[in-house]
Design a protein around this ligand. Structure first.
Ligand code: ZN
Length: 438
């Protein structure tokens, strides 16, 4: 009897999972600027095959031992890259899905485990084929202008298949709130002279963490700001926090916890976090990052102070943690947790347009202050700051040339030169100095 039981169990285990046909329960589509993501909801991990056909362009997705659980909604399945979707069950038990394409694509497919409120998923990313060879026409008039704008990359956290955290009362999704705040922040920054913002995400689609940094670099950003609104297991947690990158551990348990959460978002991209060239990357980072880190901290402090004026801030100081999205070796970067969506009061605040605007304004003010104090060379802000300096200075008691030079941010040599001073001891109280503007 015992023996029979054992063999029965063995038989059950050996029975391949796929003997039970998988059910396709739904399909949806996310459009990003450079690709389209098609997601199938399935009730189990599934085997699949993807191939392209041309004349006309199509992408065929064969799902082994699968059938449509109910009629799939194909009416929505069209965008910039896809013109339609059809599907049929074949005799061999395969469900064949055909996507009609507007242009040839490079497909990439992978399975996602349950998470973020979804079950098993099959993801097909359709990337635009590069129209190789011909370089893009150089940017027009903008480059000719003598003084460039300071560029701020505003990064709305999460998106698409990755909803981020979710509120408990109204089920507000983090990805929605972050995009709304990011858009407001962009508008406020664009309205200020000498400043311009670019968004790393413009709609409801997923962008990988490293891709976000690449986009910022492509736009030659001077500052990278990632906007989040996270949940914490303690529902009472509230207030905004500002983070900068740490390569040597997190500054608090909450910081560590949040970093783990945010970094996990990359799993939705179908990539593993343990990057193979991480070793090389870390060496390069250590070499070049200290300058960017100092700038990150300076910028973060300005923003943090303003957020503090807005209301309660969560931590007493800038926090440090190993957020992947902040690992940009050359761009000063910060991550702002605008509030805890897990706190019912803050959930209501974060989805309130007036509150979002106040938040965005506090951030924009902090950013502007940072750039006014340390404008990157060649920018309009650098020129404005220089023009604003007085041209003359009357020497007061106790002042030395080097103190005066520091105050106007000119070199001591240049100050001596324009005032024809050869001996510093020959300056006197009440003497009028010319302050050079370059
Ligand atoms: Zn987040």
């Amino acid at each position: 009897m015992k023996r029979l039981q054992q063999s029965l169990i063995l038989w059950l285990v050996l029975l391949p999972l796929s003997a039970f046909a998988a059910q396709i329960q739904g399909v949806r589509l996310w459009t990003a600027p450079d690709h389209t993501r098609v997601v199938f909801d399935v009730d189990q991990a599934i085997e699949h095959r993807v191939f392209s056909l041309s004349g006309p362009e199509r992408l065929v997705i064969d799902l082994s031992k699968a059938h449509a659980g109910r009629k799939l909604d194909t009416a929505q399945m069209h965008d910039r890259h896809i013109s339609g979707m059809r599907y049929a069950e074949r005799k061999d038990g395969t469900l064949r899905v055909v996507l009609d394409l507007k242009q040839p694509v490079n497909p990439k497919s992978f399975l996602l485990r349950p998470g973020g409120g979804y079950g098993h998923r099959l993801v097909i990313d359709l990337y635009e084929k590069q129209a190789g060879g011909r370089p893009k026409v150089a940017k027009s008039a903008r480059n000719i202008r003598k003084w460039r704008d300071v560029v701020v990359a505003v990064d709305a956290g999460h998106g698409g298949e990755d909803p981020g955290a979710q509120g408990r009362v109204r089920h507000t999704k983090e990805k929605v709130v972050t995009l709304q705040i990011a858009r407001r922040l962009k508008r406020l920054i664009d309205a200020r002279p000498g400043m311009r913002a670019v968004l790393t995400r413009k709609g409801d689609y997923y962008v990988g963490l490293r891709k976000r940094m690449q986009l910022a670099r492509r736009d030659k950003a001077d500052l990278f700001i990632s906007i989040h609104a996270d949940a914490f297991r303690d529902q009472r947690a509230r207030g905004a926090s500002v983070f900068v990158l740490s390569r040597h551990g997190a500054s608090s348990e909450a910081a560590r916890w949040l970093a783990a959460r945010e970094n996990a978002a990359d799993l939705v991209g179908g990539v593993s976090l343990d990057d193979k060239d991480d070793m090389l990357a870390s060496v390069l980072l250590d070499l070049s990052q200290s300058a960017a880190q100092e700038a990150s901290l300076a910028a973060a402090q300005k923003v943090y102070r303003n957020l503090g004026r807005l209301g309660k801030v969560h931590a007493r100081r800038i926090q440090r943690a190993a957020f992947v999205v902040l690992k940009s070796p050359d761009i000063p970067s910060m991550l702002i947790e605008t509030g805890f969506i897990s706190n019912p009061t803050e959930e209501a605040n974060l989805s309130n347009p007036a509150y979002q605007e106040r938040l965005a304004r506090a951030i924009a003010d902090g950013v502007e202050r940072y750039f006014r104090e340390a404008p990157p060379p060649g920018t309009l802000l650098a020129k404005l700051e220089r023009d604003r300096r007085p041209q003359e200075h009357v020497i007061a008691r106790g002042e030395t040339l080097s103190v005066i030079a520091q105050r106007y941010r000119v070199s001591l040599a240049r100050l001596r030169q324009v005032n024809r001073i050869r001996n510093d001891r020959r300056i006197r109280v009440g003497q009028v100095l010319r302050i050079p503007r370059t």
